[in-house]
Design a protein around this ligand. Structure first.
Ligand code: NAD
Ligand code: 0WE
Length: 266
């Protein structure tokens, strides 16, 4: 029996086969979860359909732009129609800042409008989904979001996404504190760099991947399947005592105090 047998999960944030949300969907399906999917816009529908067909959710594919409250309300209504008894798991795998803010220096690139958009889409949307779906979440359920080390360290060019991820991680703690009484847990995975669409076109991303690969204790980068397995654990009864936590799935990179030295005898 899978870790997630009998669980119903909403997966947001699939944009391609390489999306972290795709790895999570495949891992959760392999653990026996029943899935529903949301996608941002018409251009992404066919991508999500392909993943859904492989993961036993082909008839539960729902549009949702998290910038729009009416769209979030419509998602909640569609889920209530598919699953009148409620759902158990929500995976939030959504992040966005206007592209021009992810280049150059922080103070040079940041604007009032870009700051607001980054926080709205990348952080508030997690609370907004929880607010809209709260009444449908069953006891023993779990919410999960995706963060990055830039939340707590100044990573060159991550810029405004750093404060947005810091806000997202604070949301994890505030939501966990409040939803614990309903037996709903809230956690995040802080993933190491992975080449997805959100990473494509970021100047120097390839260099970042290879330096993380060289420096990390495991000597490699992580895969979306590894993030998916950790996500399955965190949303399963095996993690029933864990809430408000940020779990690093980064091959150990964040523990290091000095990059470029090694403890290996070489
Ligand atoms: P991705 O581009 O595959 O996924 C990002 C998703 O966000 C897309 O599916 C996109 O449709 C969705 N999205 C953006 N704006 C939206 C909106 N208004 N409404 C609904 N959906 C919207 O990239 P990914 O790397 O899989 O990113 C998923 C999450 O993982 C993000 O939160 C990202 O910050 C986080 N993350 C990524 C990495 C990495 O290196 N790739 C590392 C750590 C954390
Ligand atoms: O969270 C992310 C990426 C987030 C992201 C990516 C884009 C590209 C397309 C947010 N908004 C946009 N807007 C776009 O128009 N990551 C953790 C991946 C990432 O992005 C970086 C990184 C890492 C790691 C940007 C600079 C430095 C490091």
């Amino acid at each position: 029996m899978g870790l997630l047998a009998g669980k119903r999960a909403l997966i947001t944030g699939i944009a391609s086969d390489r999306s972290i949300a795709t790895g999570i969907a495949e891992a959760m399906a392999a653990q026996g979860a029943e899935l529903a999917f949301s996608y941002q816009g018409d251009k992404l529908k066919s991508r999500v359909q392909a993943v859904a067909e492989r993961s036993n959710g082909a008839d539960r594919i729902i549009p949702c732009d998290v910038a729009d409250d009416a769209s979030i309300a419509a998602l909640a209504q569609s889920l209530a129609d598919c699953w009148p008894e409620g759902l158990d798991i929500v995976v939030h795998s959504i992040g966005y800042a206007p592209r021009e803010l992810l280049a150059g220096g922080y103070l040079e690139s940041v604007t009032r409008e870009g700051y607001a958009i980054a926080h709205d889409i990348s952080a508030y949307s997690f609370a907004a989904l929880a607010k809209a779906l709260r009444g449908q979440l069953r006891a023993g359920g779990a919410l999960l979001t995706l963060s990055y080390l830039g939340a707590e360290r100044a990573v060159p060019m991550y810029n405004v996404m750093g404060p947005a991820k810091a806000s997202l991680e604070a949301n994890v703690r505030y939501m966990a504190a409040e939803l614990g009484a309903e037996d709903i847990r809230v956690n995040a995975i802080s993933a190491g760099p992975i080449k997805t669409l959100a990473a494509a076109g970021i100047k120097g991303f390839r260099g970042m991947l290879s330096s993380a690969e060289q420096a990390s204790p495991l000597g490699r980068n992580v895969s979306t399947a590894e993030v998916g397995n950790a996500a399955s654990f965190l949303c399963s009864p095996l993690a029933s005592g864990i809430t408000g936590q940020i779990l690093y799935v980064d091959a150990g990179y964040h523990i290091l105090g000095l990059i470029g030295e090694t403890t290996k005898a070489d």
